[in-house]
Every structure is written in structure tokens, then in C-alpha cells.
Design a protein around this ligand. Structure first.
Ligand code: GLA
Length: 371
């Protein structure tokens, strides 16, 4: 039975577990892993769907049962990005994306589509004229964008309820508004509104998101705000803002998080937490070379406690804004595997999620479901 992935070897009822003091929480991990008739999605069913980023191989075997036990929504981690799904101009690669969507259909999960337009993981052919080897014109690039979005959104119409339409168009550089990507260099700002229009034409019922990271930084937040506000005012079909939430033990502060969600809510837009993880290392936004201190990758009790406090605070704020927040998605399932194991430092093990490498709930899990 799906909901009983963990073997029950004790008769301690779940309710008792939930009322134990935090001093006893080390025991929780083991006992909870055993009982756990409730998943994250169940604790939060009156608040918002709880989702997770997946790959096709995640959805086979035991991990599939675990996903079904804990989550009510999935996001393809890579399978729907422009490069993987559209490797050549006249060739789409549907297998991985299809398998994720059919898993969701079979088990009644929601799917967030991720993503339709991004500067990263875009196929080489997209920006290039094959004859001259130079960049294509704006007209050609917008036409390619339209073809791509129309084809992909159409294929999953009615099966994907929300799309990250444009990902990370804002610059991290404090003196620059939009990222100086090939999209921007070739099309100017227009590609952003066009992407939303194409997506809306293809599936008028889909909820359309602008999605970005470092959204808690006041300077970047204001740029994201400026963008979505201008789209909204121009009548562009945007429904929501995705806060990626790649955070860490040292950020965000409660005040930062609260004011970020409030800022977007005041625009009348829904907000989703789309890629949540909490690194146990202080946040760094750029990849860098390894330093001697990076050798210390022990998940110490100090790291565990800082992470637990951060998760606890974040979910308290999410619950506070339950009318605005329409979903919270984690970026990866457990500490067994995370992109943060290789970012910002290659091969530095991180522990950013609520489940350990054996899929057992961590102390932070119990803080998140205790309210
Ligand atoms: C960004 C993207 C995601 C993913 C993460 C890192 O946040 O939106 O698709 O690539 O980076 O894994």
C-alpha cells in the first residue's frame, strides 16, 4: 500500500509523535520513518499542494511510492526544458516528459510545467542561423519561440495546470534591469510578453508564471516586481510569480520573506514557492573553486539546527500567506541527491531537503508539519 512505504515496527500512534517535545526529535526521525501514515501533502492539504521536482527514473520503484506518499504535485526537473525537449529544430524528444505526465495522470498528481523560455539549457540551434552561423533575427527567434511554446503547451493541454513561462529574465547585476541573454540581445524585452501570449493562446486555462531566484534580495525583488507589474498593466496574461526559494541556513530573514510575499500579493498575483531547498552552507550565488574548508561536509547538529529553524520559519510564513500561496515545491526529493551537491562547489555534499538519504524525515520535517 503506497501510504505505508515505511515498515511499521512499532505501535506508537502518529499523533503521539507529533506532540513530543523537540528534545525527543532525534527519535522522531527513526520512529516517524516507521509510522508516517501522513505525508507532507496531507499535513498541508488545507493550505496548498506540496510538490517535488522529478526525473523519469525517480518515478520507478520505491521512490515512486515515496513521491506518492509525500507529494501532491510534480515538476519535471529537466525533461521539459527547451534543450532536452526540443534538441533540434525539427525534432522534439517527448519520451521523458511524457512519462512524467502519464505518471501524474495515473496517480492524480498535479503537474507544473517547467519551463518554456530560459537562457540556460536552451538548444544551440535556437539562436543560430544554420546557413550563416550567425544569430537569427528577432522575427525568426520569436517565430521559433512561438512554435516551441505552441507545440509543447498543446501537447500537455489539460494535463499541466501551470507553466513557468519565462525563467530568470532579471539580471543579478545591480545596475542592470534585464539579463543580457541572447533572448534579450536579439529580441529586447518583447520576448517576455510574447512568451506569455503564445502560452495563453495554446492553453487559455493554464496558470502562467514568471519564475526567478534570489527573489528575497530587495534590489532583485524590486526588479522582478517592476517586470511583473508592467506585464500585468500591459494586459499580458500572467497569473502568478514563482519564487524559486533556493535558500540557505543564513537567508532569508523572516522580515525579508514576509515582505517579499506581501509585495507580490499586493499586485493581485498568486505566488508559488517553486524550487525550495535550504542549503546547509551560507548562500553563494556563483559557482566557485573548491577551498580547503569545503572538505568539511559533515551534517553537524549545528547545521541541522540552523536548517530546522529556517524551514520552520519559512513554513510559518507560507501558512500565514495561505490565501496567496498556491503551491510549495521542493527541488529534489531527499538528501540522497541535490543539484547543490555540485553548486556552488563541485562535489561538496549538501543536505538541503526534508528527508535524509534513506528517505527518513529529518528533524526539520517535524518542525514543518508541527502547527
Ligand atoms: C534554476 C532552474 C531549475 C534548476 C535549478 C538548479 O533554479 O529554474 O530548473 O536548473 O536552477 O538545478
Amino acid at each position: 500500500m503506497n501510504r505505508y512505504l515505511f515498515t511499521i515496527i512499532t505501535s506508537i500512534p502518529a499523533m503521539m509523535l507529533m506532540t513530543c517535545s523537540s528534545a525527543n526529535q532525534t527519535q522522531h526521525s527513526s520512529v516517524a520513518a516507521i509510522d508516517s501514515t501522513k505525508g507532507l501533502k496531507d499535513y498541508y492539504k488545507n493550505y496548498f499542494p506540496v510538490g517535488v521536482a522529478v526525473a523519469p527514473n525517480t518515478l520507478r520503484g520505491d521512490l515512486a511510492q515515496f513521491v506518492l506518499q509525500q507529494f501532491s504535485s510534480i515538476t519535471p526537473e529537466n525533461a521539459m526544458k527547451m534543450g532536452p525537449i526540443h534538441p533540434e529544430e525539427n525534432r522534439y524528444f517527448w519520451r521523458d516528459a511524457d512519462s512524467i505526465v502519464s505518471f501524474a495522470q495515473k496517480h492524480g498528481l498535479r503537474v507544473r510545467g517547467h519551463n518554456l523560455c530560459w537562457h540556460n539549457q536552451a538548444p544551440r540551434w535556437l539562436f543560430r542561423d544554420s546557413a550563416s552561423g550567425k544569430n537569427v533575427t528577432k522575427e525568426v527567434l520569436l517565430q521559433r519561440l512561438k512554435d516551441h511554446i505552441t507545440t509543447v503547451v498543446n501537447r500537455y493541454k489539460g494535463k499541466i495546470y501551470a507553466w513557468d513561462v519565462v525563467n530568470e529574465a532579471i539580471s543579478d547585476n545591480k545596475d542592470e534591469y534585464l539579463r543580457n541573454s541572447l533572448w534579450y540581445q536579439i529580441c529586447g524585452e518583447e520576448y517576455i510578453s510574447r512568451a506569455f501570449e503564445y502560452a495563453h493562446e495554446a492553453d487559455p486555462a493554464a496558470q502562467l508564471f514568471y519564475n526567478d531566484y534570489n527573489e528575497i534580495n530587495p534590489i532583485k525583488r524590486e526588479k522582478i516586481y517592476r517586470l511583473v507589474k508592467s506585464l500585468k498593466e500591459a494586459g499580458v496574461p500572467i497569473n502568478a510569480v514563482g519564487l524559486q526559494a533556493h535558500w540557505a541556513i543564513n537567508e532569508p530573514s523572516e522580515q525579508q520573506l514576509d515582505s517579499t510575499i506581501k509585495r507580490f500579493a499586493d499586485l493581485g498575483l498568486k505566488v508559488q514557492i517553486t524550487e525550495m531547498d535550504i542549503s546547509v552552507y551560507p548562500k553563494e550565488h556563483n559557482a566557485r573553486e573548491r577551498k580547503p574548508e569545503d572538505a568539511n561536509t559533515v551534517f553537524s547538529s549545528e547545521k541541522e539546527n540552523s536548517q530546522l529553524e529556517m524551514y520552520k520559519m519559512c513554513f510559518k510564513i507560507f501558512r500565514k500567506y495561505q490565501k496567496v500561496i498556491s503551491g510549495v515545491t521542493f527541488w529534489n526529493i531527499s538528501d540522497r541527491h541535490s543539484w547543490l551537491d555540485n553548486f556552488p562547489v563541485r562535489g561538496r555534499k549538501d543536505y538541503p531537503l526534508l528527508f535524509d538519504k534513506d528517505l527518513k524525515p529529518k528533524k526539520a520535517f517535524w518542525e514543518v508539519v508541527k502547527f
